[in-house]
Design a protein around this ligand. Structure first.
Ligand SMILES: [Zn+2]
Length: 400
């Protein structure tokens, strides 16, 4: 039975619709005025822009210092310096993950992300502590947000003996996806690294999400090997490569065949739209059929003081990174923060269609381009038919 009707909502194409909701799902979306109210509660959308809930495809909730006093950045310049520095910082602050990650999660929800993939550090020093905390956090917010996890070997896989076994235990505990990290640059043994994570994924019927920072030819060679393993282990459609800076370091003619291979194997890419290093040429690869989503990566943590969890802002940064200004280009940037993210994460029933979860945001903006350009603080976030955030504030706070 329909319990709520949202009236007078504007779609990006300018049409005005009403949305009826039953048991947290979209029952119907019809031109304005066609849905009879019956006994349902009626909410006037006042012509606000209706957009699907945002998808955060790559974040590290367990690392964040969100909600804590400002901490000056203390790391050296290399990847290894950053990793060692983070261990020091997290040891020193000693604030429970549930509190730090919970505060950030509430902020992400308040800005409209209702589908989130978070990586979780797993290594012999931390054991499964971060995994346990994040699983309990997921339970605490299960009614509001869809969280999925990646077991992430942040300090290395082969160079930290015991990590693979811990990752396997993390999968048994409920983590969905097997992570990886620079098979060459960090582990110095790319084939054995890839063999380990792909075998783990194949054995448990899971996907893989690899952080690949390795540059130039070395990075490209590893993407070829990732494609080989995806093919040989039967994991087409279940693999994501995060960052993949190397794809932006050579002329596009040099990556065309590789791009087609990624598209064929449905290997998706995640970019943060970095400003300090090359990024995969998004428009070129999308035209070949590659799914490219975007994510925040670390938000206010020992890696960087920046990030605010607003995926509308991330879409704007993506557009800005490639100097996109036209409406169709802005729509493509928005796609990376919504539909492409949902496809990359394998979400079922995502988007504004009857039968899908009633997860959407309402914005006082003229259209999609205006939404990306202004990213107003005023927005209503509706999760499973229920308004859970308004004007940047989560309405059901669970962190004190
Ligand atoms: Zn990351």
């Amino acid at each position: 039975m329909v319990d709520t009707i949202y009236r007078n909502l504007r779609r990006p194409d300018g049409t005005v619709v009403d949305l009826s909701i039953a048991d947290g799902r979209i029952a119907a979306m019809e031109p304005a005025g066609r849905i009879a109210p019956g006994r349902a509660q009626v909410v006037d959308g006042s012509g606000q822009l209706l957009l699907p809930a945002l998808v955060e495809s790559h974040v590290h909730l367990d690392k964040t210092l969100w909600g804590l006093p400002w901490r000056p950045h203390s790391a050296g310049a290399t990847l290894k310096d950053l990793i060692a520095n983070e261990r020091r910082v997290l040891r020193e602050i000693n604030v429970p993950i549930e509190k730090r990650a919970g505060s950030l999660l509430e902020n992400c929800i308040a800005r409209g992300s209702l589908h989130i993939r978070s990586h979780i550090d797993v290594d012999p020093e931390l054991g499964l502590r971060h995994v346990e905390a994040m699983l309990s956090l997921r339970e605490a917010y299960r009614d509001v947000v869809e969280l999925q996890f990646v077991a992430f070997p942040q300090t290395g896989l082969l160079i930290q003996p015991g990590t693979a076994a811990l990752m396997e235990r993390a999968l048994a505990m409920g983590v969905e996806t097997v992570g990886g990290l620079d098979p060459a640059g960090i582990d110095n043994d790319p084939i054995r690294h890839l063999e380990t994570i792909f075998d783990l994924a194949a054995k448990h019927g899971r996907g893989v999400d690899i952080h690949l920072h390795d540059a130039g030819e070395l990075g490209l060679w590893q993407i070829e090997r990732i494609a080989d393993f995806t093919e040989s282990r039967g994991l087409a459609g279940k693999v994501m490569i995060s960052h993949a800076f190397c794809l932006g370091m050579v002329p596009t003619t040099q990556i065309e065949a590789l791009g087609r291979r990624l598209a064929d194997l449905r290997i998706s890419l995640m970019t943060t739209a970095p400003s300090d290093i090359a990024a995969p040429p998004v428009a070129f690869l999308k035209a070949l059929g590659v799914t490219i989503c975007c994510g925040s990566d670390g938000i206010r943590d020992a890696w960087s003081p920046f990030g605010n969890g607003d995926m509308l802002e991330r879409a704007m940064l993506l557009a800005q990174r490639f100097d996109w200004r036209k409406d169709d280009e802005l729509a493509s940037a928005f796609d990376s923060a919504t539909t492409a993210g949902a496809r990359a994460l394998g979400l079922a029933g995502y988007g504004l269609a009857p039968g899908h979860a009633a997860n959407f945001i309402l914005l006082p903006t003229e259209n999609l381009g205006d939404a990306l350009a202004r990213r107003p603080h005023q927005r209503t976030v509706v999760s499973r038919g229920r308004a859970v955030a308004r004007d940047g504030r989560f309405l059901e706070p669970r962190q004190r």
